[in-house]
Each structure stands twice: as structure tokens, then as C-alpha cells.
Write a protein that binds this ligand. Structure first.
Ligand code: PLP
Length: 377
């Protein structure tokens, strides 16, 4: 196997230019002992809410907590159903389960890889309480029809915007469109902490207060607990890191868009490779650039042998995960998600990716795809 010529993600390249600035911000937290919650978290919450064009942001410990607290704060629980796509990271469904509700899956659209809005209404039952679209790979789901369906059936909409910090839907920021927007700041995300962190955006002050309560052991006043909550605070050091990195997020997202445009151009028309498409309504931030190929595992192995880092997001849709076997999902239930799970291949994607690196990835991919490919592209 040759040395890694192009890594899947190069966080060092991203952090080196801002390392001193981040270290200074972390030192300020240490000087003030503001480690759990506190003023640095409050400052980041304000800055991130402003970035998202939302009224409020509540900083939490990770993106899984942010989904869970959003559901709890909206009163979603036992006996309820939440509609979400099966092609997502497991956390989306886990949060629904941990809230006490049941995930009800709706397949994805083959062009945008986000929930197929034409199939949502058929999944609504008297128990449905919310829709949780996922802005997969940094591209927003088609929010207007989702909001219209939600309004008609009196449902909440929680955006799983874990992969979409700064993505736009018809000019509106991800996380500002539904009743709540849930973000992950996991290190590899477009806006990533130097550890674990998450955030919830909303325009509703009462909802924000409830989310704050859940992240703080259910207390509004110290040691007076109104509900059973959780320890889900964001930590001060992560808030300081995120505050610095937020200043460079637009630039970083633009770097990813530049890389995606070059991939699009160099790979266009290649037999056996289907490219991701940006919906007309969307401005994607390309958290992931996933092509679709036949014989994906073989192509991935050949890419590894050529020194190219790749990933699969995600090989097994949630309805086929062992953890959800009790829901009775079976192959064939959600054919688009299943076909994507079999064929997705995520290419290296980070803001600092150079044109030369992209050329190397493209050449390796063209040489790696199956010559018998027919089903794809
Ligand atoms: C779509 C989606 N939802 C939720 C999460 C959960 O976020 P976290 O890992 O910060 O808990 C992630 C993170 O990977 C994600 O990609």
C-alpha cells in the first residue's frame, strides 16, 4: 500500500494557522475557571445564534444531546412518533428513542439525499408529533413543503443540522427554519470543537428556556429541579475554541464549495460515477462529498491502495441496524436509502484541499471504478 497521498480529512492543516489564536482563547477560560457552562459558553451562544439568524442558541455537550433536548423540550415522548429519514447517522434515531418516542422512517430523495417530501404525509398517524429532517452532507432538506405538512398536521419540525453549519435554504440559514435546529460541533464537522460539543437554535424564548433547563439537570434555579433533566452543558474550553473557529467558518465553507466545484468539473460525465447534486433551493456546505459507484467496497479498497482516504456515510441505513431490529425493518423497505448505503463513497473533503490533491483523487477514482459499471450514472 502506498503512503497516504491525500487524507480524507486534514484537521492539522485547518488548525495550524489559527492555533495561537485558539490557545489564547483557551487560556482566557483557564484564567477564569469557566470550565462548565459560564460566560464563554454564553458568548458563543450569542455569536452562533447571530450566525444562524436565529434568536437563541443553547450550547450543549454534543449533537446527540441537542437532538434529544429539542424533543424533550417540545414535549415529544412516550406514545409519540417522529418522522425522519433512515439514511442518517444513528444519533438522529437514537435521540427519538431516548425521548421515549418511536422513529418512523421515510425514504430519501435520490437527488438530494434528504427526506423525500412526497412520502411524508403517508407516514403520518395520530401519534405523529414531529418531523426531523436531516440536512445530510451539508445540504438542506426541502423545508418549505415540510413546514407546510407540519402546519397542516400540527407537528413540530426539528432540523437535524449537525452537518449543516452555515448551509442555506432559499437564502435562509439551516437551523433557523424549523421550531428548533440541532447542531453537532464534533471535531470533524465544518465547525468542529477540540472535543465534543453541540448547540440548539430556536426563535422561541419559552422553548429555549426549556432546553436550557434540560441541559442543566432540569433546574432553573440551582438545586431546585422542576423536571428530571440531564448534565448536558457545553464546556467553556470548547466554547472558546468554537468562538475563534466561527470567525473562519464562512471562509472554510467556501473552501469546501470550491473543492466540490472542482470535483464536479473533473468528474462530470465519467461512466460509473454518479455525482452529488446541489438542489436549486440549496447552498450546500459540503460537509461530505459523496459520489455513488458500483462495487463500492472494491473501489474503496483500490483508493486505499492508491493512498487516497475515503469514507462511507453511511453503509447501513438505520432501519436495517441491528439496534432497531425490534422495529421490524427489512431490506426493500427504503430502496433509495439502501441503494445509497451500498454505493456511497465519500471523497476527501476539507477547506484546504489543494487543486493538486483533487487531481490526484480524481485520477485515482477514475482508475478505480469498475469497468463493468452500469447501474450508476
Ligand atoms: C446527522 C447527524 N446527527 C446527529 C449527530 C450527532 O452529533 P454528535 O456526534 O455531536 O453527538 C451527527 C454527528 O455525527 C450527525 O452527523
Amino acid at each position: 500500500m502506498s503512503a497516504n497521498k491525500v487524507p480524507f480529512l486534514d484537521l492539522k492543516a485547518h488548525h495550524d494557522p489559527i492555533r495561537q489564536e485558539v490557545m489564547a482563547a483557551m487560556n482566557a477560560v483557564i484564567d477564569e475557571n469557566a470550565f462548565a457552562g459560564g460566560k464563554f459558553v454564553a458568548r458563543f451562544e450569542e455569536e452562533y445564534a447571530r450566525f444562524c439568524d436565529a434568536k437563541f442558541c443553547s450550547g450543549v455537550a454534543n449533537g446527540t444531546d441537542s437532538l434529544w433536548f429539542s424533543l424533550l423540550a417540545l414535549g415529544v415522548g412516550a406514545g409519540h412518533e417522529v418522522i425522519t429519514p433512515p439514511m442518517t447517522f444513528m444519533a438522529t434515531a437514537e435521540a427519538i428513542t431516548y425521548a421515549g418516542a418511536r422513529p418512523v422512517f421515510v425514504d430519501i430523495d435520490p437527488c438530494t439525499f434528504t427526506i423525500d417530501v412526497s412520502k411524508i404525509e403517508a407516514a403520518i398517524t395520530p401519534r405523529t408529533k414531529a418531523i426531523m429532517p436531516v440536512h445530510l452532507f451539508g445540504q438542506c432538506a426541502d423545508m418549505d413543503p415540510i413546514l407546510a405538512i407540519a402546519k397542516k398536521h400540527n407537528l413540530f419540525v426539528i432540523e437535524d443540522a449537525a452537518q449543516a453549519q452555515g448551509a442555506l435554504y432559499k437564502g435562509r440559514k439551516a437551523g433557523s427554519i424549523g421550531h428548533a435546529g440541532s447542531f453537532s460541533f464534533y471535531p470533524g464537522k465544518n465547525l468542529g470543537a477540540w472535543g465534543e460539543a453541540g448547540g440548539i437554535t430556536t426563535n422561541d424564548p419559552a422553548l429555549r428556556d426549556r432546553m436550557m433547563m434540560f441541559r442543566e439537570h432540569g433546574q432553573k434555579k440551582k438545586y431546585y429541579h422542576d423536571v428530571v433533566g440531564w448534565n448536558g452543558r457545553m464546556d467553556g474550553l470548547q466554547a472558546a475554541v468554537l468562538g475563534v473557529k466561527l470567525k473562519y467558518l464562512d471562509q472554510a465553507n467556501n473552501g469546501r464549495r470550491r473543492a466540490a466545484a472542482l470535483y464536479d468539473k473533473l468528474l462530470a460525465g465519467t461512466p460509473g460515477i454518479a455525482l452529488p447534486r446541489e438542489a436549486e433551493y440549496a447552498r450546500s456546505i459540503y460537509h461530505v462529498y459523496a459520489v455513488r459507484v458500483d462495487d463500492r467496497d472494491l473501489v474503496m479498497q483500490r483508493m486505499t491502495e492508491r493512498g487516497i482516504g475515503t469514507g462511507i456515510h453511511y453503509p447501513v441505513p438505520v432501519h436495517l441496524q441491528q439496534a432497531y431490529a425490534h422495529l421490524g425493518g427489512k431490506p426493500g423497505d427504503f430502496p433509495v436509502s439502501e441503494a445509497c448505503g451500498d454505493s456511497f463513497l465519500s471523497l476527501p473533503m476539507f477547506p484546504e484541499l489543494t487543486d493538486d490533491q483533487i487531481d490526484t483523487v480524481v485520477a485515482a477514482l477514475k482508475a478505480s471504478v469498475s469497468t463493468r459499471a452500469t447501474a450508476i450514472a
